[in-house]
Structure formats: C-alpha cells, structure tokens
Design a protein around this ligand. Structure first.
Ligand code: LLP
Length: 408
C-alpha cells in the first residue's frame, strides 16, 4: 500500500489533499507520512522477530524530532554518528541502552558525552579510537562497551560514494587485522568487547553482499571468544535499498532468511541500523513552479526548491520520481531545475514528466531519507518547513526558517 496516491486527480498523502497543504504552507517543504514510516519499521521487525532484533533507526537519514518520536514510541533504538544526533535522541527520551554509536571521527568530547549518557555500545572504527576511548573511560572510572566495526572488503553494487565495506574506504578496521584488534583489546582495560559490526554500504538492493560479508566476519567470532572476548551481539548495519525508479529490491524477509540461521548458530543477538528503508519513501519534497523557460533546444521547469533543499540528484545523479500535485496525462520532456547558481542544480534532466504550468506544484518523491538532513542554506535560502501527516491531519513539525535566521 502506497500512502501517496492520486484521488480525484489530486495527489494525497494518506488522507491529506496535498494541494490544500501547498496552498497554505510556503513552498518548498518536506512532508512525511507517519503510516509509511511505521509500516516500514514493522516490516523489518516482523521479518526478524524470531531473534528479537534491536532495530536502531539510523538518525543520519532523518533527524526530525517527531520522526524520532514515532520510532522511539514503536520500540526502535537509534544508530548515531555524532554528539548532535545523541542530543536529539535524548530529547525524545530514547533509552541510552538502545543506542549504538559509529563514525570514524568521534571527538573526545563526543566520546565523553556518550559515556556519560550510558549508551549500549560504541562501534569502534580504528585502533587509535579504541585507545582514546580507553583513556577517557579510565579517567571517568568507567568500563565502556564496544563493538568493533569490521571492514569486510566487500563491494556491493551501489553508487561509488556510498560503498563503505571495501578495503579502500575509511570505514572500520580491516578484517585482515584481527590479530591487531585482539592485541589492542588486551591493552585496553576499560573497554569490554560486546560485539562485531559491519555496514557495507547504502541503497543495496541484493542480499548477496550481506551474505558474503556475514560469512567472512562471522569467522572472527570463535577466534575472539577463544581469546577471551565473549562476543554477544552482531550488528549488520543498515543499507537496505528502496525503490526510487524501478529497482528490484530485496525485502527484509529475504535478508532475514539468510541472516537468522547464521546468528542463531553462533548464539548472537542481532542489531540492525536501517535508515533509508524506513523513511526514504515516507517523505516527499513539495515545490512550486516559478517559471517554465523555453531555451534554444531545451525546456526548463524552474522550481523553488533546489540542490540546497535536496542534494541527492546533484551529488549522486540520483533519480527521484517527480509528480505534479494535480494529475496531468500529457507529458513533455524537460529539465527540472532549482534557483541556485550552479549548472549541477537539477532534479531531473531530459526527463518526460506530465505537462505542468507556472505556479503549479510538483512532488519530488523518495525524499524522506538524506533529504532535509543534507539541506544547506546555499545562496542564502532559509531552511524549508517539515510537515507530518497522520491520517487526515497534518502538522508543521519544523517551521521554515526566515531571513532573520540567516544571521545565526
Ligand atoms: N549505519 C551506518 C554505520 C551508516 O554509515 C549508515 C549510512 C547507515 C547505518 C544507514 O544506512 P541506510 O540504511 O540508510 O542505507 N547520503 C547518501 C547515503 C549515505 C549513507 C551513509 N551511511 C544518500 O543520500 O544516498
């Protein structure tokens, strides 16, 4: 069930007429469907329920406080990568014992803050980081739980910029350095090894890269246990892909079938860090058409959102479906572009979209993950509003910024 559907030729989100919203709220704005968020979260939970997984929503995909609240109230934990994200999880009163903290560049201040908060575990990404954590924990008179993020040297099929499990990337500690890891753990008396972690990339549409990574990394478990480190958790990261265009995606239950038996066999509890899968298709970006411009050999639909609002097309040449809020049957071939003074400021190039006119509205789909969180204020455009739809109600959950906000 897609909660973004045309009814009487108008695009709806759940039971909300989006034309009504667009007439009331200044564009551009992001809009999220609560039902979609919950459906995706529960799909994952259901798929893995026989091993009672800890599903840590990856805050980096969408840190709107109401989105975090919805997930927290459904029992989600959180995967964080900064002190700022930790702060937001605490604002929604998330249990620290459901928080895992990854990232290659955690600062001493961030480490201290997370230890003080009492998070479940850090995902350590290097030996120098383990040493700094050990030092800080010692000073604070604490023992700190860690998982080691293993770089399994796996290359999933996805955009080059979002592959993270290949040996050339900066993430994790190489699978080939297990001896070094054991030696380091032996000297870090304030760290307790609780688990292993990998995150091989994002927008992964097949299960095979997970299977390969798991097959490689699981072999470390007996060695670590033998060395006296009772590994308890296995964290398979995030990465589950979604449909932007016509991708064939592997659904959570397919992944579960492959993962569950392996974890059961090794008596491991599972953690997972999905982000995009939960919120990606739960969000759209609504924008007003400022002009239709016919140039020599191209037609441009110029809208009031741009690369400052949603940077994915510019950064990864990512495809996002574009729909008019008022359904239209005929199509024309256009570039959909923003107002920013960069040629890379586009949402679509040479794409056939339904015929639209000046002052009408477009919805850019698949914008719930890595949308607002990657927005900037380039060319001094204040941040847009964020709206949450719940059945037949909608609420502005973050106000648009004003020009005055540009001063701070
Ligand atoms: N865990 C870790 C350690 C991560 O680095 C990430 C994403 C996730 C979980 C969540 O992955 P997901 O389930 O959302 O695939 N900005 C890019 C994606 C960057 C992904 C960064 N890491 C994009 O817009 O495609």
């Amino acid at each position: 069930m897609d909660y973004f559907q045309y009814k009487n030729n108008v695009l709806y989100a759940e039971d909300i007429n989006l034309l009504d919203v667009a007439e009331k709220v200044k564009t551009p704005f992001y809009l999220y469907s609560k039902k979609t968020i919950l459906r995706h979260f529960h799909q994952i939970k259901e798929a893995f329920k026989t091993i009672d997984p800890l599903i840590c929503f990856s805050v980096k995909t969408n840190f709107n406080i109401e989105v975090l609240k919805i997930l927290k109230n459904s029992g989600a934990g959180f995967d964080i990568v900064s002190g700022g994200e930790l702060y937001l999880t605490q604002k929604v009163k998330a249990s620290p014992q459901k928080i895992v903290y990854a990232g290659v560049g955690k600062t001493a201040d961030e480490i201290r803050y997370a230890i003080q908060t009492g998070i479940l575990m850090f995902n350590c990404e290097s030996i120098p980081e383990m040493r700094l954590m050990d030092h800080i924990a010692g000073k604070m008179n604490k023992t700190v739980s860690v998982a080691v993020r293993i770089n399994p040297d796996i290359t999933p099929r996805t955009h080059e910029y979002i592959i993270t499990g290949k040996k050339e990337t900066k993430f994790g500690i190489s699978i080939y350095e297990i001896d070094k890891i054991i030696r380091a753990l032996r000297t870090c008396s304030h760290l307790r090894l609780k688990g292993l972690h990998f995150h091989i990339g994002s927008q992964i549409t097949e299960t095979s890269p997970y299977e390969k990574a798991l097959e490689k990394v699981i072999k470390l478990v007996p060695s670590l246990r033998q060395a006296g480190f009772p590994v308890e958790y296995f964290n398979i990261g995030g990465g589950l892909g979604i449909i932007y265009k016509k991708e064939k995606v592997s659904l959570p239950h397919k992944l579960a079938k492959k993962i569950i038996p392996v974890l059961k066999k090794h008596d491991l509890k599972m953690i997972m860090e999905p982000g995009r899968y939960i919120v990606g298709n739960a969000g759209i970006l609504v924008t007003r058409i400022s002009y239709i411009k016919q140039s020599l050999n191209k037609k441009f639909v110029i809208v009031d959102a741009g690369m400052q609002t949603l940077i994915r097309p510019t950064l990864y040449t990512a495809y996002h479906e574009i729909l008019p809020l008022k359904k239209s049957i005929k199509t024309f071939k256009v570039d959909v572009v923003g107002p920013i003074c960069e040629t890379g400021d586009f949402f679509a190039r040479d794409r056939k979209i339904p015929v639209v006119h000046q002052n009408e509205f477009l919805a850019i789909k698949g914008a719930g993950a890595y949308g607002m969180v990657m927005a900037s204020r380039y060319n001094a455009h204040p941040f847009p509003a964020e709206i949450l739809v719940d059945n037949d109600r909608f609420k502005i959950v973050k106000k648009a910024q004003t020009y005055r906000d540009l001063l701070t």
